[in-house]
Design a protein around this ligand. Sequence first.
Ligand code: ADP
Ligand code: AMP
Length: 218
Amino acid sequence: MRIIFLGPPGGGKGTQADFIAEKYDIPKLSTGDLLRESVANKTSLGNEAKGYMNRGELVPDAVVIALVEEKLASPECQKGFILDGFPRTVAQADQLANFMVSTGKEVDHVVYFSISKDEIIKRISGRRSCQECKAVYHLEYVPPKEQGMCDVCGNKLIQRNDDEPKTIESRLSVYQEQTAPLIEYYKMKNILGELDGSGLVPEVQDRLLDLLSYQKIK
Ligand code: ADP
Ligand code: AMP
């Protein structure tokens, strides 16, 4: 199964990608996580990406494409993958399409997470993440068992720099301008399924499983 999760920041893509990755035993490739890891490790790629990320802008296409292609070519991605947060521009989508042609495989599903702006802002403002194992929580909707600590690995939870209120608006405009055109792009290719991303995590999970099984039959 090769899937793309498309949608606004804070839409719940990463949360649902973790669920699908575990259920189908396929890797989740989150470009945001990969970039944050590069920043934390102070690699040259991370140093280049840091400023863009802190400003809520997209990291240049060439940087992200190289990162994703390297991962997609790795043995663990041969049985399938979920792309979370990639592609985010038409240039990235074109490049991914070329890459898939070169492997003789196809993306099976593109799931578009549809969700209101009010809900996005509530979700991003309350998001807390574990820097160690990347688990994601929400202060109100998905609280950890012990306040401020990760249930999975016991490390401290943090608020991402780019989740602060001053950056949220610019990330949403970047999404509208550069990523939302991909909805039409994949509609034209007939592989887009729209998912109502509102409601509790288990409700969205159920809708997602329905959508994936329906798209498979088609
Ligand atoms: P994205 O990967 O699209 O940026 P996340 O999966 O990180 O989004 O979710 C953003 C925030 O919203 C996180 O704090 C997460 O715990 C929370 N969240 C995810 N899905 C839901 C949901 N269905 N209802 C409420 N909160 C959610
Ligand atoms: P995310 O974790 O998906 O919310 O991504 C966090 C940040 O990483 C984004 O705001 C961008 O700065 C950067 N980023 C993640 N994925 C991409 C991508 N596909 N293209 C460009 N920048 C990206």
